[in-house]
Design a binder for this molecule. Structure first.
Ligand code: GDG
Length: 737
């Protein structure tokens, strides 16, 4: 109702006021003109009828007769007085009501036959004159004084009438507009509510266009706007932190931005020299850190470092990055039992193997599930407490927080919530193994946006929802409607920052390569194959070793000519599957080195500890080829980082077809990681590839990674979030009316 007042009634009243302000003086001027015209005409008539009689009285010098005659005439309320003047301008006679200010000198203003408006103290008079008697006989002149106060009276009545009329007309108009608009809106509200609830609001409304043309037009306009925005994103070539900042301030209008993840972007660990900061080996952190720098929001994560508690303030907050603070890290503390059940148990022994087809059996334990639920609730509480606005933008990360969207929605109904799933989503049959599948799916669908790396993962998710939940799925627009809430399922291929900031401090490729060779004892005639990952069974490290063994086995001429430099950053080392992988990796590396190694040459150099990001990029620049043969991987950022590191346009990428990155980088040598022979052949081809072909392939891949960098990934997701916010605002406005 308030908006009807603002949009219709107030403007109409303002328009009426303006009309009255300018219209009333105009009407007054017109009326005054008319009345004065009347007075002039009347004066001429009176003069005409008096002329003869006056001449006779003057001729006879009959002043008393003249007085009686004029007294009769001046009883007319509008003819106030008559003054008769001699030829020399002295008064001959004047009637009783002649105003003091009027005398024969007024003749100078009127001339012999004319009139003039004279303002007196208590009103205006019109004075007209005419000649009495023959023109040659020193004639007398008569002045007729007409009272004009009736014009003022009539003007004031006319003004009141005009004002009253304008007021009544404006009120009637405003009420009519308001009423008609209200009737329309009532109808729209019904239609919109139904459509929003039924998720068709922005869907194709072609069939309804005829019956609801206005609504169809709104939909059309919104769809057009969305398409333009999407084109803007898709064809915007130069995605930078500044462009991302612009999206945040212009499209999202700088709301509170939160990222929630298990892994924190900076870990403080104790050391003899005091707390030291570590950047964890995590693709998710690598991708999100630049967004937080751009948005300067709050990142909420599990405080897992040994010195994490030592550096936070009384609210468990610390500003990061430590050397150039740009955003807030809010740490959440977990007990040992919570970490055990939530992180190691349900997340990494349950969901991780469930979602990766690496043939490690998932373990689902009731106690782990309970901890998973309670830690998700704990994080929801922290977000609600940290957020001051009622509609923050919350970007939830990964499979550790599948329950968070609903838990957040219960606490912040107006929030815009996006959950990004960094790992693959399996087919419905596989996901069906999870005993709590329906709870997980229902909680996830409370998000506004669910993001996966590839369309294929989105389709797997929709098929899973279709199989296990009662809901409406629109496959064309990739939306799921459940209990009136619409959730969009969208592919956002994640990426890396461009250019990676670590490159700035590194020397040229040749110098870097020499440094690495001498650091790891690799001869100058030996090719460097590189593997960099968390020490995880999904990454295919053992299969890589087997492929190397097969190559050296079959092609003796490659012995002493190739060394695989393998970074394996320890991760989840408490878990039996990871312990088994670590010892298998160590023994396989040892076995292969023992089998083929000669003198100073070793086929495998295993770096079994965490590297600083700068060291990782040093290795990328030193390698002849980089091998990413994950058995299953949501995206894989190592592949993209290797490409970004090679500004010399050299180096070959071997990439698993089961990594999401293979969809974007077809110029890599694509391999089936389960096919040891094919992977071995790819290593051989990489070593034998001509410089020209390496350059061509690398150029194409660099262009792809540069254009599809992490800012575009974030920009697309944030733009979609902005659209969801616009829709929420629209429907909120509609409900409020
Ligand atoms: C998940 C998904 C998805 C590796 N070793 C060290 C180190 N790293 C860095 C790499 C890279 C990151 O860790 C690994 O990223 P990935 O994408 O390869 O893999 P996940 O950690 O499994 O990430 C994956 C990703 O989320 C993003 O959505 O692509 O599919 O599984 O940045 O350089 N970094 C440091 N020291 C190391 O020793 N500092």
């Amino acid at each position: 109702m308030r908006s009807i007042l603002i949009r219709f009634v107030v403007p109409t009243l303002i328009a009426a006021g303006i009309l009255a302000f300018f219209g009333v003086p105009y009407v007054e001027r017109i009326l005054a003109g008319w009345f004065r015209g009347d007075v002039d005409m009347r004066a001429q008539l009176v003069a005409h009828s008096m002329e003869g009689s006056l001449a006779r009285f003057v001729e006879r010098n009959d002043k008393s007769g003249l007085a009686r005659y004029l007294a009769g005439i001046t009883t007319d309320e509008r003819l106030m007085a008559v003054v008769v003047c001699r030829a020399d301008g002295t008064p001959y006679f004047q009637t009783d009501r002649t105003p003091e200010e009027i005398g024969c000198e007024a003749l100078q203003r009127t001339g012999d036959r004319g009139s003039s408006l004279i303002k007196l103290e208590d009103g205006s008079v019109e004075v007209s004159s005419f000649v009495i008697g023959a023109a040659d006989s020193k004639p007398l002149r008569a002045l007729l004084v007409h009272d004009l106060s009736f014009i003022d009276r009539r003007q004031s009545s006319a003004r009141n009438y005009v004002l009253a009329l304008a007021g009544i007309a404006a009120s009637v108009l405003a009420l009519t507009f308001g009423f008609v608009f209200w009737l329309f809106l009532r109808r729209w509200v019904r239609v919109l509510v139904r459509d929003i609830r039924g998720r068709r609001f922005l869907d194709d409304a072609q069939s309804e266009a005829d019956s609801r043309p206005i609504l169809a037009q709104i939909r059309h306009a919104l769809r057009e706007a969305e398409r333009t925005q999407r084109l803007e994103i898709d064809f915007h070539e130069n995605w930078t932190p500044q462009a991302l900042q612009q999206v945040v301030s212009e499209h999202l209008r700088s709301p509170e931005v939160f990222i929630v993840s298990n892994r924190e972007p900076y870990i403080h660990n104790r050391s003899p020299a005091g707390p030291i900061v570590q950047v964890p080996a995590s693709g998710m952190v690598t991708a999100l850190e630049p967004i937080m720098r751009a948005c300067s929001g709050t990142w909420i994560a599990h405080g897992s470092g040994t010195a994490d508690r030592d550096v936070v303030d009384s609210h468990d907050r610390v500003r990061v990055p430590p050397d150039e603070p740009a955003y807030t890290l809010r740490r959440v503390w977990l007990t040992e039992e919570e970490e055990e059940g939530f992180y190691y148990g349900f997340s990494n022994e349950g969901i991780w193997p469930l979602c990766h087809l690496a043939y490690v059996r998932p373990a689902f334990r009731e106690a782990d599930w309970r901890q998973y639920e309670s830690v998700n609730r704990k994080f929801a509480e922290v977000v609600a407490k940290e957020s001051e606005s009622k509609d923050p933008l919350i970007l939830v990360q990964d499979y550790h927080f599948a329950l968070l969207p609903r838990l957040l929605r219960e606490r912040k109904p107006a929030a815009t919530i996006a959950l990004f799933w960094h790992i693959p989503w399996p087919n419905s049959e596989t996901f069906g193994l999870c005993p709590w599948k329906t709870q997980i799916l229902a909680h996830m669908l409370a998000a506004d946006i669910l993001g996966f790396h590839t369309r294929y993962h989105c389709q797997n998710f929709l098929a899973t929802v279709d199989r296990f939940l009662e809901c409406q799925i629109d496959h064309e627009h990739m939306t799921v409607t459940i209990s009136g809430h619409v959730c969009r399922v969208v592919p956002y291929p994640i990426s890396i920052e461009w250019p990676p900031r670590w490159l700035a401090s590194l020397p040229d490729v040749k110098t870097t390569r020499d440094a690495i060779r001498s650091r790891y004892g690799i001869g100058s005639n030996v090719c460097i194959g590189l593997g960099v990952e968390r020490w995880d069974f999904t990454k295919g490290i053992i299969e890589r070793f087997q492929a190397l063994e097969a190559l050296l086995d079959k092609q003796r001429n490659f012995r002493e000519r190739l060394t695989l430099l393998q970074v394996a950053a320890p991760t989840r080392s408490k878990l039996p599957a990871y312990q088994a992988l670590q010892s298998q990796t160590l023994s396989e590396a040892q076995r292969i080195n023992d089998r083929f190694g000669t003198g100073s040459w070793k086929p495998i150099v295993l770096i079994d500890h965490h590297q600083e990001p700068r060291e990782v990029f040093e290795l990328f620049r030193a390698a002849d080829f980089c091998i990413v043969n994950s058995l299953h991987d949501g995206m894989n950022l190592v592949a993209k980082e290797f490409v970004a590191a090679r500004d010399d346009q050299d180096g070959v990428l071997i990439l698993s077809t089961f990594a999401g990155a293979s969809r974007e980088l077809p110029e890599a040598l694509l391999v089936n990681p389960f096919d040891v022979g094919e992977t071995a052949a790819a290593m051989r081809i990489a070593m034998q590839m001509s410089r020209e072909e390496r350059r061509e392939r690398m150029k194409l891949m660099r262009r792809t990674v540069k254009e599809n960098n992490v800012y575009r990934w974030a920009g697309r997701m944030l733009m979609d979030a902005a659209q969801m916010r616009q829709r929420q605002l629209l429907s909120k406005n509609v409900f409020e009316l």
